[in-house]
Design a protein around this ligand. Structure first.
Ligand SMILES: Nc1ncnc2c1ncn2[C@@H]1O[C@H](COP(=O)(O)OP(=O)(O)OP(=O)(O)O)[C@@H](O)[C@H]1O
Ligand SMILES: [Zn+2]
Length: 956
């Protein structure tokens, strides 16, 4: 029966190995838990997929990455096996269909894939409980189970919760991993509460993989060396069109970019892949590689998990992996078809020092945070040490790997450099040692902590924790000699020079440095505009903004973020270098004009920035350099990391963000379309709004009220805690600034063409920014998100993006109280309201003539006779407060398809409630509650603006 299913459902004649067969047989018996440790590509997935097909009910598969899940689900679907996944990226319609199937008496689904975060999320619990209580679950399969273990190299805290899930479900559990040394294996069994499981552990040795180590520093030209290796591995020396491909792993984004460039220049088409690329670009690169259009992908570790390509002929590591377990897994992506393949590390002692430093620093930081040491801290260091000794040892590489995984040394038979030519390995080591001794003797630089030389880092804007290997960083590790960097620039310049002749005299373009904070820094959209000039303009803007924002106690990095936005906006709208510079100057001088107490120093009739700009002087090394050259601690890394701003802000655990966002202003004015479609750089929404306000300032002379955003934040805080929100709006201040005015403007919500209003990101942008029907995404869960973030080790940017976050808690006690308070029935009041609506003009807002000033005044004085029982009519702000409070529980329960929709609905409702005539607070409360309740009695889940088009009628 097993064989038959194997053939009919999976199209395989036989099991791949005896081990695979044994595992499947053990699983279908259903009498024991099963632990499987098999090398990558050995066919682990089939070990649970086949039993899942045979079993009655659904197999729940826990897998760490959405991309991985997607890959599996697609493959199963192509085999007509009913499989799906519930995750944050799932379209709403599909999600509904899946839940409907799961809720039915006999679901058709056989395999349900899910991330550990989603399993733990409150929104999934009803579904899970339903399935469990109806006895519809057959197996729990935990893929990449090493993530369960704190000793595992990809530890994910949410995996730890699976132990209690396993106990709760009471069904057979299957844990699978490719890379688990003995201590990790034991930890997995313990953490998942497996009861005396049957263990199937295959030897890690793969005889078709040839391992070697090359010392990068002793090579005359490392790029050419790598190129030759690739050519050989791909067999292109003899067969130019052979179909093999390969991966080069690189620690930094900049490293990926420049290495891909070098290889392409040398004659092999290579493309970079890292988390800094837009999602669409990443997918494109991956697809091109999968389809063989690009032979070499130069990637950070964010690439590879779940990539199942059989013809990977080589995996080269340009930088040291963080542990031997990671290296085994990453290099194991080669040769899945069983054919000879090559795995090479380009070792560099400098690399080693840097990574070691980063690891120790991160460990120290965690210990300080925690207040104690943990065994796992030591593990991070020893794992790395094992990696280093793998490189610097004189011994068989396969034996080293096998020993690390608790296996006996295999018979290598020349499948590593040492076994093939021990003398050459020894000679290389000696040369490297001699070189490093000379270098050390020459070096007078003081050694920093852990023997690390800080100057090796060459500065850099961003902080760097060792868990973030996938970060852009100037000169760190990738190719850490300034000389080589210069060489690269020179080569590039030469190449551009060569092109120039055929290009009609286009100017040289020097590519941006890794620490370059500009957006679209590599874009040559504006002819003749250099990166240097742009950076200089940015520094001018930042200085101006910093002065401008000092009153609002905004940090320098905030002003940089805002400046990046403004600069980019000018950049995208400029057609020539001169126009660009003129526009920047204009903005700078406008900002300076509006800065209290700051005078632009004019020298010879020209201001300092103007003069500098004309001379294209480099930015003054003053305060900006502190930021750019400073070494930011890893603890600040998350705040430095570029945030995507849009429908969902990742990395936040604040369930009330939506309320705050609602009260935040929309981005509008010139350039807003650009801002919508391109995820902006490291800015908070407030900063973005400020930046857009700055940009608007070039179209109006109004002064922007920086302080308002802070108040708005407090407002949101108040909404969050259900305090009296109006305290943040002093009675005497009745003027609305630009931002609030635009928020108040109902126009965007009344568009009949169904397009979204000013601050609604376009659908793709929302998607890119992680708009999630399940709430915002990020690492870690709930309030503990911050902490668990810090504890997550070695997860790349992409992993972080893929992971889902537990949803916010549902209705708070306070919300409940508020709901109870607002029990006043609408009944006759509703009629009363409607009756008077037409005769009552709305509260007046006035724009100054000609629109030259965007500052408008808002007169909240009631224009109609006040009801005797409600002497103070509700303002729009107060209505919004009420609405947000009542609506928030629905949002947290997942009743809105997106945060944007929630915001749009809240705005619409606030306007509706204050429209027509003034009402008292309790009336508004009651009406808000009634409208919301009646809305959700009709609409199960709000999917689009069309859902509330009848609301106005419902009110009447
Ligand atoms: N019995 C079989 N006969 C032939 N091919 C098989 C068999 N079982 C699995 N395969 C194929 O082997 C490849 C690797 O399988 P799978 O992805 O399950 O490996 P894995 O062990 O899970 O690897 P990883 O550790 O990367 O997840 C797949 O393309 C799969 O279709
Ligand atoms: Zn060997």
């Amino acid at each position: 029966r097993l064989k038959e299913t194997l053939k009919t459902h999976f199209g395989f004649e036989n099991f791949r190995s005896k081990l695979q067969e044994d595992v499947v047989k053990a699983v279908v018996k259903r009498d024991r838990d099963v632990f499987v440790c098999m090398p990558t590509g050995a066919g682990k997935s089939l070990c649970y997929q086949l039993p899942a097909v045979l079993a009655q009910g659904i197999t729940l598969v826990v897998s760490p990455l959405i991309a991985l899940i997607q890959d599996q689900v697609d493959r199963l679907k192509s085999l007509n096996i009913p499989a799906c996944s519930i995750n944050s990226k799932l379209p709403v319609g599909e999600r509904r269909l899946i839940l409907a199937d799961l809720g039915s008496s006999s679901p058709k689904l056989k395999l349900l894939y899910i991330t550990p975060e989603m399993v733990a999320s409150p929104s999934f619990q009803p579904c899970l409980t339903g399935l469990c209580s109806r006895g519809l679950l057959s197996y729990l399969a935990v893929d990449e189970a090493h993530c369960v273990s704190q000793w595992g190299h990809d530890f994910r805290p949410d995996y730890l919760k699976l132990g209690s899930l396993r106990a709760r479900l009471g069904i057979p559990c299957l844990a699978l991993t490719a890379t688990a040394p003995k201590n990790v294996q034991d930890d997995i069994v313990k953490s998942l509460c497996l009861s005396s499981p049957l263990s199937f552990v295959s030897p890690v040795f793969r005889s078709n993989l040839h391992y070697d180590v090359i010392f990068r520093e002793i090579l005359p030209n490392p790029y050419v060396h790598l190129y030759a290796f690739i050519k050989k591995a791909l067999g292109q020396e003899n067969r130019p069109n052979s179909q093999g491909c390969g991966i080069v792993y690189c620690r930094t984004r900049e490293g990926c970019e420049s290495l891909a460039y070098q290889l392409t220049k040398l004659g092999i088409l290579a493309k970079a892949y890292h988390a800094g690329l837009k999602a669409g670009d990443r997918t494109e690169v991956q697809n091109e590689w999968m389809q063989g259009k690009v032979l070499v992908i130069v990637a950070t570790i964010s690439f590879g998990m779940g990539v199942d390509k059989a013809t990977v002929r080589f995996v080269a590591h340009w930088n040291l992996p963080k542990s031997l377990a990671s290296y085994y897994q990453e290099s194991g992506r080669a040769g899945r078809d069983g054919l000879p393949s090559w795995c090479r590390i380009y070792y560099s002692p400098k690399d080693k020092e840097q990574i070691s430093f980063l690891i120790r620093k991160e460990v120290k930081r965690r210990q300080e945070k925690r207040g104690c040491e943990k065994d796992t801290d030591r593990a991070a260091i020893t794992d790395f040490e094992a990696m280093v000794s793998f490189c610097v040892q004189e011994g068989c590489r396969h034996a080293a790997i096998s020993r690390f995984f608790g296996n006996t040394a295999p018979s290598c038979a020349g499948a590593c450099d040492f076994c093939r030519n021990p003398k050459a390995v020894r000679a290389q080591l000696e040369r490297a040692t001699a070189l490093s001794t000379t270098t050390q003797a020459q070096s007078e630089a003081p050694k920093g902590a852990f023997g690390f030389q800080p100057d090796l880092y060459e500065g850099g804007k961003k902080g760097y924790g060792f868990e973030r290997y996938d970060e852009s960083e100037s000169g760190r590790g990738e190719d850490d000699s300034t000389k080589r960097k210069k060489e690269f620039s020179e080569l590039f310049r030469k190449q551009m020079g060569l092109r120039k002749a055929g290009d009609g005299g286009r100017q040289d373009f020097v590519p941006p440095d890794a620490s370059c904070p500009l957006r679209d820094a590599s874009s040559q959209k504006v002819p003749g505009l250099t990166v240097k000039a742009r950076e200089h303009c940015l520094s001018l803007l930042q200085e101006a903004l910093y002065g401008q924002q000092r009153a609002a106690e905004t940090s320098r990095s905030d002003s940089l973020a805002a400046a990046v936005d403004v600069e980019h906006e000018v950049f995208v709208s400029s057609k020539s270098s001169n126009l660009y510079k003129a526009a920047i100057l204009k903005k700078v001088s406008e900002l300076k004009k509006t800065t209290p107490g700051v005078e632009t120093t004019k020298v010879g009739g020209e201001s300092r920035p103007e003069r500098e700009l004309r001379q294209e002087a480099p930015p003054s090394s003053s305060s900006v350099s502190e930021e750019l050259l400073g070494f930011t601690p890893a603890s600040e890394l998350y705040s430095m990391k570029r945030k995507r701003v849009g429908a969902g802000q990742r990395g936040s655990s604040d369930p009330f963000q939506a309320a705050r966002d609602l009260l935040g202003p929309p981005v509008c004015g010139p350039g807003s379309a650009e801002m919508k479609s391109t995820p902006p750089p490291p800015v908070t929404r407030g900063i973005q709004a400020r930046a857009s306000a700055v940009s608007a300032s070039s179209h109006s002379s109004s002064k922007v009220d920086w302080g308002l955003n802070r108040r708005q934040q407090k407002l949101a805080e108040a909404a969050k805690t259900s305090h009296n929100i109006s305290q943040y709006f002093p009675k005497e201040k009745q003027q609305w600034t630009l931002e609030e005015e635009e928020w108040l403007d109902p126009a965007p919500f009344h568009r009949s063409d169904g397009k979204e209003g000013g601050d609604q990101p376009s659908a793709p942008a929302a998607e890119a920014a992680g708009a999630s029907p399940m709430g915002s995404e990020g690492r870690g869960a709930g309030a503990g998100g911050g902490d668990s973030k810090a504890e997550v080790v070695m997860i790349s940017d992409d992993d972080a993006e893929e992971q889902t976050r537990a949803e916010p808690e549902s209705t708070t006690e306070q919300n409940k109280r508020e709901e109870e308070e607002a029990t006043a029935p609408l009944t006759s009041q509703t009629g009363d309201v409607e009756e008077k609506r037409d005769s009552s003009p709305p509260p007046k807002r006035s724009r100054s003539a000609g629109g030259s000033s965007r500052r408008v005044s808002f007169n909240p004085t009631p224009q109609v006779r006040a009801l005797p029982q409600e002497p103070s009519p509700v303002t729009l702000k107060e209505a919004a407060d009420v609405v947000v409070r009542y609506l928030d529980p629905f949002y947290t329960q997942g009743k809105f398809a997106s945060k944007e929709l929630f915001k749009a609905f809240a705005r619409y409702l606030s306007h509706l409630l204050t429209e027509g005539r003034s009402r008292g607070r309790s009336q508004v409360r009651a009406q808000a509650k009634a409208l919301i309740n009646s809305f959700f009695s009709r609409v199960q889940r709000c999917e689009s603006e069309a859902d509330w088009k009848d609301l106005r009628r419902a009110r009447s």
